[in-house]
Design a protein around this ligand. Structure first.
Ligand code: AMP
Ligand code: ZN
Length: 107
């Protein structure tokens, strides 16, 4: 999508330091962190929301979770939250599927 900020990041049109990149996803720091450690796992394919996920996208969504797990290990997080915000009422602001990795709180 031309005017989608996450598509621009995926296409490297907005310079962003990736923690991780796979064939189907990228991971980078959230610009406005809501936790001491806050990263986003972003699908390379533009799907606007979890609401739009179809059977054919199941593996992709699983991949995002697996990439998050690898990133969390890399970041040394022993515990963390993985969050999909879905729809405006669910707090979703950017209409491109992404998974939040939130952690780093004191025990
Ligand atoms: P959501 O509310 O689930 O749509 O989350 C969107 C997230 O993207 C928010 O936490 C924003 O702080 C973050 N964000 C927006 N623009 C950028 C950007 N250019 N680079 C990194 N994170 C961003
Ligand atoms: Zn997009």
């Amino acid at each position: 999508m031309n005017d989608c900020v996450f598509c621009k990041i995926v296409k490297k049109e907005i310079p962003t330091e990736f923690l991780q990149e796979s064939k189907d996803a990228v991971i980078f720091k959230d610009i406005k962190p809501s936790a001491p450690v806050h990263y986003l796992v972003v699908s390379k394919k533009h799907i606007s929301s979890i609401k739009e996920v179809e059977h054919e996208n199941e593996a992709l969504i699983g991949h995002l979770v697996h990439e998050a797990k690898i990133a969390a290990e890399k970041l040394g997080l022993s515990g963390y939250k993985l969050v999909f915000n879905v729809g405006r009422e669910g707090g979703q602001v950017i209409d491109h599927v992404h998974l939040h990795i939130l952690g780093g709180w004191p025990r």
